[in-house]
Design a protein around this ligand. Sequence first.
Ligand code: NAD
Ligand code: WQD
Length: 348
Amino acid sequence: MANTVLVTGGAGYIGSHACVELLQAGYQVVVVDNLVNSKIESLKRIQEITGKPLAFYQVDIRDHDALADVFAKESITSVIHFAGLKAVGESCEQPLMYYHNNVYGTMVLLAVMAEANVKQLVFSSSATVYGTNSEIQYTEDLPLGAVNPYGRTKAMIEDMLRDLSAADALKSTGSPWKIALLRYFNPIGAHGSGKIGEDPNGIPNNLMPYVAQVAIGKLVQLSVFGDDYPTPDGTGIRDYIHVVDLVKGHVKAIEALNGEKFASGGCKAYNLGAGKGCSVLEIISTFEKITGRKVNYRIAPRRAGDLAEYFADPSLALKELNWKVEKTLEDMVADTWNWQVKNPQGYN
Ligand code: NAD
Ligand code: WQD
């Protein structure tokens, strides 16, 4: 019987792409999502792309009994935990909502997993846990220090998971926790079919969906936040990663948790990034080249809290998960545009 993976937040941007990849790799998929930031349509599209069914429960991960019911009904062997709130600005305005949803929600999930004796977990962490660092290429052993409530929820969850795994060493019985913390850099792009992609509510916070909505005429102008950074063209540099490459890393992580490396348990962090940076102006020029559309922009002041430049050292993921990115920036832009043109109103 195929392994069954519970995907929390599976209707969302990254989760929906992960479901496609898991189904295509032969896993059974169970999605738990409360649809606070997603639409059920994404789940229909996953089934259209793969021709395979998945099980869906509209459940909030903070609802212990409803979540326990899902574990009672389905033969879950591992969990990929995407469910969470992710807007940095909103987390500064409503920190308790973020701690309750992300941190408390994960505590409930972990309790239910322990009760069901399911102890394999892949967690959606973020490069944001590194905070402000003197290095610009991040390795997993750098000190952590998130600088906003959203980032701190990720750092706290990472701490909790490391503690949970460390506690196994003090016990002589029971199966150990096997945990991969995947630290994403900047996921962009969409599935090549154009059926699933990023569908932000309201005005996008992130660069790529903003650029796409300017190019299609939904938004008038992009503000480039700062052109006086100490970078070659003065604009901010990030490590953009195609969402399909990113979710392939999750399938590799599940395989690793099932393999020799994690045979006696453990909790380990891996950077998922391309390993190179790209500036805001490079994103704009690549977008214009690939789509033939003009991206109207102006130079605006720096955005509070932004760093000038950082990118991943993804060599540990290559060594231990046998994973690296395959897609180019051109692929990321072309797939974003394909999704945007085919779904100008997102899933609506
Ligand atoms: P998303 O908002 O599209 O997906 C998250 C999903 O979780 C949504 O479908 C939402 O409805 C669901 N959800 C939220 N709270 C829930 C709850 N309490 N119970 C059940 N479902 C709940 O976001 P995404 O971009 O797909 O991100 C997925 C994960 O990856 C998040 O944890 C996010 O913090 C993390 N991450 C995202 C990025 C990024 O740039 N997109 C970068 C690093 C890390
Ligand atoms: C990228 C670059 C901006 C918008 C965020 C979160 C991070 C992670 C990924 C979850 C920066 C510039 C942006 C715009 C711009 N999420 N920009 N005009 O800030 O690197 O990371 O998403 O974990 O935690 O903070 O991504 O896409 O917002 O910005 O000039 O309208 O584009 O200044 O240099 P960021 P982003």
